[in-house]
Design a protein around this ligand. Structure first.
Ligand code: ATP
Ligand code: MG
Length: 288
C-alpha cells in the first residue's frame, strides 16, 4: 500500500522561506531543499511532502486541496479571502500592514484619506478597512514596489507591509495608521481526510514544542545557600527549579527554564543576589 503523505506548501524564496524550513527541520523532518529550482521535496523520515511556491499562491492551493496545509503570512490569507482554516500562529514573519503618507502630507486623522489615491498590493484588506472606518478613498492596486508610488506621482499615500519602517523612511514616507498586524501562520484545507488529519496532529504537536522552546531558555547557575530561597523565587521553572548541592560547601547549583522576554531582567537580579557561573542555553524542543 502506498503511504499517505501530508502535503505542505511553503514559500519558495523570500522572507518566510528560511524560517519555514527551519521550523520543519526542528520538528525533526529531514528533507533536501538544497537543489536550485526544485518545486517539491519528500521527507525521508516523516510522511510529508513539501511544495515550494510563491507565497501569494499558497492560500489558494490549500483551499483547493492541492496542498493539505501551508505556511504563509496572515496578510496573504486575509487578502485571499481565506477559504482555509488557520491552525496555529508561528511566531515569525512578524510585520504590520500600515498606511503611510509623504512627509509633507499634513495628516491628522483617517478621514484625511477621503478622496485620496492610495497604492497597495492589499486592495481587499484595505477596502474593508476603509469601509469599516467610513473612508471613501481611491485604491490603486499594484503588485510591488508600492513605496515608490507617491514619489512618481502614482498615488497620494500607500498601504504596505512594514517591519522596521526603514523602507518607508528611505522613501520619504511616514507611517500613520496600522491596518493589521501579521505573522506567519499554519493554514489547513477545510476538510482534510482522516489520514492527513492524523499526520497534521503529529506535526502540530512538534510545532508547538518548537515554538515553546524558542520562547524559553535553560538557565544554570551557582547560588550561595544563604540566598537560595530568594534566587529560587526568581526562577519558577516548568514545575519548580532543580537544586543540587555543589561539592564545595555552602553553594548549590540551580537549573531552571525562563521566558526569553524576562531573561535579561532576571539575570541582572540573579547577579545582584550573588549568583555565579550563570549559563544560559537555548532549548530545541520543550514539551510540558
Ligand atoms: P513571493 O515571491 O513568494 O510572492 P513576496 O515578495 O510576495 O514573495 P516577501 O517579501 O518574501 O513576499 O514576504 C513574504 C511575507 O513575509 C509577507 O507576506 C509578510 O507576511 C512577511 N513579512 C515580514 N516582514 C515583512 C516586511 N518587512 N515586508 C514585507 N513582508 C514581510
Ligand atoms: Mg508574494
Amino acid at each position: 500500500m502506498r503511504e499517505i503523505k501530508l502535503k505542505i506548501a511553503v514559500q519558495k524564496s523570500g522572507r518566510l522561506s528560511e524560517d519555514s524550513i527551519e521550523l520543519l527541520k526542528k520538528c525533526g523532518v529531514k528533507f533536501n531543499n538544497g537543489l536550485q529550482g526544485k518545486l517539491r521535496a519528500t521527507a525521508e523520515n516523516f510522511p510529508l511532502e513539501i511544495f515550494f511556491l510563491r507565497d501569494d499562491d499558497i492560500p489558494e492551493y490549500v483551499a483547493d486541496g492541492v496542498s493539505d496545509i501551508g505556511i504563509v503570512g496572515e496578510n496573504v490569507v486575509f487578502e485571499s479571502g481565506g477559504a482555509v482554516e488557520t491552525i496555529e500562529k508561528l511566531d515569525f514573519g512578524k510585520c504590520r500592514l500600515s498606511l503611510a503618507v509623504p512627509k509633507n502630507f499634513p495628516y491628522q486623522a483617517l478621514a484625511d484619506f477621503g478622496g485620496k489615491r492610495v497604492a497597495t498590493s492589499y486592495p481587499n484588506i484595505l477596502s474593508k478597512f476603509f469601509r469599516a472606518n467610513g473612508v471613501n478613498a481611491d485604491i490603486h492596486t499594484i503588485s510591488g514596489s508600492v513605496e515608490i508610488a507617491p514619489g512618481i506621482g502614482l498615488a497620494d499615500a500607500i498601504c504596505d507591509l512594514v517591519s522596521s519602517g526603514s523602507t518607508l523612511f528611505t522613501n520619504g514616507l511616514r507611517e500613520v495608521e496600522t491596518v493589521m498586524q501579521s505573522e506567519a501562520v499554519l493554514i489547513a484545507h477545510k476538510k482534510l481526510d482522516l489520514e492527513a488529519e492524523k499526520i497534521l496532529e503529529k506535526l502540530l504537536f512538534r510545532i508547538k514544542a518548537v515554538k515553546q522552546a524558542k520562547r524559553n531558555k535553560y538557565i544554570l547557575l551557582n547560588a550561595p545557600d544563604e540566598k537560595l530561597q530568594e534566587i529560587i523565587a526568581l526562577l519558577p521553572g516548568i514545575k519548580s527549579p532543580t537544586v543540587m548541592p555543589l561539592a564545595a560547601g555552602g553553594w548549590s547549583s540551580v537549573h531552571s527554564v525562563i521566558n526569553e522576554n524576562d531573561f535579561w531582567e532576571i539575570v541582572e537580579t540573579l547577579k545582584n543576589k550573588g549568583a555565579q557561573g550563570i549559563l544560559v542555553l537555548s532549548i530545541d524542543q520543550m514539551i510540558d
